[in-house]
Design a protein around this ligand. Structure first.
Ligand code: ADP
Length: 683
């Protein structure tokens, strides 16, 4: 609309606004106060409108006036093809809609009227058909629903189709007077938007006497002009079909709500049963019984299985009377195609009829079960927890005909599988917690023991030092040589205490995992040389037995923390020196054990170890002669420290000896540097 003059355009806009802000329904009700509006759901309005349109299409009406008003373009789009067909029957077809994308006022096929988004028509639904001896109209307005009401409705019935549940109030009638008045109001609205159609609109007004009556007249004409000369039977039939269709939809929705409710009830009852226990065996037993019974299966099996296991032990079973039990049997999983399918797709597998399924007939393993156990329908549902396969639920239906699954039954099994997964993990965590608890208790006991032992170990040298120093202090007349002896004893015992405290701290750091490891590629010989030089630095040469090294040629580099590797070697060599007379021999050798580890051996020809002591020499504070009668010094913590260090790089340490005076061998393993690690180190 081209508006030139400012005042005029404002006036026109105001007039338009005035005329569009009123509801057509309100206007109609105001003019015809005897009308009683009714409540309609959107589904009924759709059915009614379709039936009215079909009636026009089916009847031989002479160029009727058809006015349809849609709240939005999208609703019109679903019906556009019908209006093209309607337009073939009449040149007086008007379609109104609030534009969204393409809809615009135009005169192609029929008259399109794009109304303003401010227009009260946005909330209304109209369909008017006027012919010579036939008139009908549907004039409705939507009840606005707040976001809150929407939410409440959704919570009450999540399956409800929110669109079809939209509510309208209005009038549907075949009274000619009412239809003419409604047409009058809508034609006026059309003319507001499309003034250029004035002549066409006047034509139709004249033809059907629209706008001729005032409200009083309508009341008087309503009975006299009720006549209709077209067959309304098809209309009624169509209406019934549409209503039945929506009834069917409703019925389906109720059925799914009922199935959902049933499923929830069952899941709750099974969950309550399986959650009563924290014992995985009880959980699985209860689940098999409940599920088998509720789903009327002949056999319900639950067994533990993982993706890599090749067989499963059938631990839990529910069977109906007269059905063969398989409890306690071991079933092969690696050649079971149904299990393979479950693993491959991480989903359940359902064989509706084992007699007509290639998966069962082509697999000898499955076929054997089918024949022996009479399985006709078969369901395998995996029990997962966070992607980890924990087990399988199997339902067998035996009999002459395949089982018919009811709606939601398979979903129920799936829901239970989820619950079982969670219950199993909960039970497992509880068991782990108990295990952890007992470990903690054991640790606590060890700690108390350790404190007692350490206390004793520390008190012994401390008492000696105290006695020596007290004697020196209280007996000034003590001979010089004795004084020297006292001082030397105090000094050596304080040195022993220092070592003890140091070893004790090292061991507790290693045991509590507080040590930071810095693995590097090392040549074993270099570490042996370093350890040897340490020994040689603190022991007089003549006291040392002969020491040889025997390292295999081309021994690969080892991957370990250098400082700790030298520490282990030094401690083992130190022991070998301590327990081997100076005319004995010590040999340190290294060889490739497999393609991952090097085995290092420190062998001596010394006093040997009784075979029954070979393991306990690694205990803390173990010393053959007891701490008080030690001859060779040491803290009794050396081997315990070595074991912790070797464990740190994933190796093993062990002792070998054929007995007293037969010499001892201490072996340990260190990982070698693999090719990929080597290249990483190099780059
Ligand atoms: P320490 O040597 O400080 O006493 P260790 O933990 O290193 O403590 O050794 C524990 C005990 O194991 C030693 O006291 C000794 O009885 C025995 N042992 C260790 N190495 C040898 C060995 N090479 N020959 C014989 N006995 C050994």
């Amino acid at each position: 609309m081209q508006l030139r003059d400012g005042f005029l355009s404002r006036l026109l806009l105001e007039t338009i606004y005035m005329s569009i802000s009123t509801s057509v329904l309100s206007d109609l009700l105001q003019t015809l106060p005897y009308l009683r509006p009714q409540l309609y759901f959107k589904a009924s309005l759709t059915a009614l409108s379709h039936a009215m349109e079909d009636q026009v299409l089916a009847a031989t009406l002479d160029a009727p006036l058809v006015i349809a008003s849609f709240q939005r373009e999208r609703f019109y789009r679903q019906e556009a093809h019908r209006y093209e067909r309607l337009a073939q029957r009449s040149d007086q077809v008007y379609v109104l809609a609030a534009p969204e994308t393409d809809f615009a006022s135009s005169s192609e096929y029929y008259e399109k009227v794009a109304f303003d988004l401010e227009d009260a028509l946005c909330h209304e639904w109209h369909l008017i058909v006027i012919a010579q001896n036939y008139a009908t109209c549907l004039v409705c307005r939507e009840f606005p629903r707040s976001a809150n009401q929407d939410l409440q409705l959704r919570e009450l019935s999540p399956n409800l189709d929110m669109d079809t549940a939209r509510r309208f109030e209005g009038v549907w009638t075949s009274e000619r007077g009412v239809s003419l008045k409604a047409a009058d109001l809508l034609l006026a609205r059309i003319q507001t938007y499309r003034p250029e159609l004035a002549n066409k609109i006047n034509d139709v007004r004249r033809r059907f006497h629209i706008g001729k009556y005032n409200s009083i007249d309508v009341v008087t004409v309503q009975t006299s002009e009720y006549a209709c000369d077209i067959d309304t039977d098809p209309f009624v039939q169509r209406l019934v079909t549409y209503l039945q269709a929506s009834q069917y939809k409703l019925h389906k929705a109720y059925r799914s709500i009922a199935a959902q409710a049933r499923k929830e009830r069952l899941v709750n009852s099974i969950t309550t049963t399986i959650r009563r226990s924290l014992n995985p065996q009880e959980v699985l037993h209860a689940a098999a019984q409940e599920l088998g019974q509720i789903l009327g299966a002949c056999r319900c099996l639950i067994y533990r299985a993982s993706k890599i296991e090749s067989s499963a032990n059938i631990e839990h079973e529910f069977i109906r009377a007269g059905i063969t039990s398989v409890k306690g049997q071991t079933w092969q999983l690696d050649n079971n195609p149904l299990f393979a399918e479950v693993v491959q797709y991480s989903e359940g597998v359902c064989v509706a009829d084992t007699m007509n399924d290639s998966r069962t007939s082509n697999s000898p393993v499955i076929w054997k079960h089918v024949e022996k156990l009479g399985i006709r329908s078969w369901l395998l549902e995996p029990v997962f927890y966070q992607g980890r396969l924990l087990g399988i639920i199997e339902l067998h239906y035996c009999g002459n005909s395949p089982h018919t699954w009811h709606t939601g039954e398979i979903d129920l099994v799936k829901a239970i599988a989820i619950q079982i997964g969670a219950a199993l993990i909960q039970a497992e965590s509880f068991a782990n917690l108990e295990e952890l608890n007992s470990q903690l208790e054991a640790l606590d006991r060890t700690r108390s023991n350790l404190i007692a032992i350490t206390g004793h170990e520390l008190r012994t040298p401390l008492s000696t030092i105290q006695v020596c120093l007290e004697s020196l202090a209280t007996e000034p007349d003590m001979p010089l040589e004795l004084r020297q002896v006292m001082l030397n004893t105090a000094l050596s015992d304080s040195e022993r205490m220092r070592k003890l405290v140091q070893d004790f701290l090292t061991l507790s750091n290693l045991e509590s995992g507080r040590v930071e490891w810095h693995p590097e590629s090392l040549p074993l010989e270099e570490c042996i040389d370093l350890a040897l030089s340490r020994i040689r630095a603190r022991t007089a040469k003549e006291d040392l037995p002969q020491i040889n090294t025997d390292i295999a040629d081309n021994l690969p580099l080892v991957l370990a923390d250098g400082d700790w590797l030298v520490e282990v070697l030094a401690k083992l060599m130190d022991n070998a020196c301590k327990f081997t007379p100076s005319d004995g021999k010590i040999t340190i050798s290294g060889r490739l054990l497999n393609n991952q580890m090097v085995e290092v051996t420190v062998a001596d020809t010394g006093r040997g170890i009784e075979p029954n002591r070979l393991e306990i020499v690694f205990d803390r504070f173990y010393q053959e002669e007891g701490a008080l009668r030690r001859t060779a010094g040491g803290t009794g913590l050396g081997l315990a420290i070595c074991r912790q260090i070797v464990k740190g790089w994933g190796g093993d340490i062990w002792a070998q000896s054929t007995g007293k005076n037969q010499g001892s061998e201490f072996h340990f393993t260190v990982p070698i540097v693999t090719k990929t690690q080597e290249s990483v180190v190099r780059s």
